[in-house]
Design a protein around this ligand. Sequence first.
Ligand code: CAA
Length: 388
Amino acid sequence: MINELYTPRQIELRERARDLAENVMRPVAAKYDVEQTYPWEVQKAIKEAGLSGVWIPEEYGGLGGGVLDLCVVVEEFSRACGGMGVGYAVNALGSFPILVGGTDDQKERWLPPIAAGEKLIAFGLSEKEAGSDAGSMTTRAERDGDFYVLNGEKKWNTGGAVASFNTIFAVTQPDRGARGISGIVVEEGTPGYRVGKHEDKMGIRCVPVVELHFEDCRVPAENLLGGTEGRGFKHAMMTLDRARPGVAAQAVGLAQGALDLAIEYTHKRQQFGQSISSFQGVQWMLADMATQIEAARQLVHASARTIDSGHKNITKISAMGKLMATDVAMKVTTEAVQLFGGYGYCKDYPAEKYMRDAKITQIYEGTNQIQRLVIARNLLREAAGGTD
Ligand code: CAA
């Protein structure tokens, strides 16, 4: 990061996040990857470092930072462990619907405990048959007096098993398509709300990705985001616009972490009587990796700055940052494994973990095929006379 491009507070946040990443996350990253359990000690350290609510406004107990501040922190965490990076970022994903669509009372109720690191939150949009086509979800929320009765299932809910709050999108008006979807915050312990299968994953293994089941789950009607039915799909899309830079920052952190390892290893590794980093072929690989990472970082930060500026069209640049950074992460982490040779393919070194962790960034919060679709739709709309 070029310090001159950032505020003193962003630089301080980066230092605080790096310190935590190096001293708390990196030493236990391999252990939680093997165990596939949630690192509560890391969560406690994030809370104690005062980094839990970076993106939450000060009036709700957060640091009042923007998406760029969030990206700076997520990149540092992910440089040490991609799973811990997303375990943190998913709280922004879960709370953005409250920020973009919640009433003042709802913000007052749910944001302060998240900002304080006392409660975690997740985001439930996808279902078994509704992934990329999020609008085709079938989980139903039917009004019954002062309650909504939820029935259905959610899939790939990141962090859901450890979250106290879960922002769930469900159909309230079945005849209205995407305009009949509403966001409802479901609290842990609500009867009829059950965490189901824990996925056994390729990467980001320290963060639980789970199925959620709703069986006649009665949620107080006051938990309907914004207090009006039918706004949920828009809130979900507006959330993804704001959250995708977080995934992109996770990807940049993973790529940077893998490059750091590759530089150190290629410097130490001797073949043909010399350090392999003295070979031009290796140097060119390192140069390409570093250039791609910096290009991705600058685009991701431009997308975050655009969101923080209040610009009205953030969808395209947010998708561009996510697309580019996550493709770079996959490429760079694969090259890092290559540079480690046979050792890179084995668990003796963490290079392979970076590659496993990177893969999901091309898939979640919208596959990169969906990012391309979003970018192209916006391009064509602009060409047809819409504004940039
Ligand atoms: N902001 C505001 N409103 C938006 C919007 C945006 N970015 N994008 C769409 N909308 C609105 C549209 O204006 C439209 O509103 P009207 O009905 O009032 O006209 C409505 O939403 C429907 O829009 P579309 O017709 O464009 O919807 P679509 O069905 O064609 O789908 C899509 C659009 C972009 C493909 C969307 O379904 C999508 O983003 N899919 C990917 C889903 C996704 O990213 N899932 C990730 C799950 S979360 C996750 O992965 C988290 C994790 O584990 C960490």
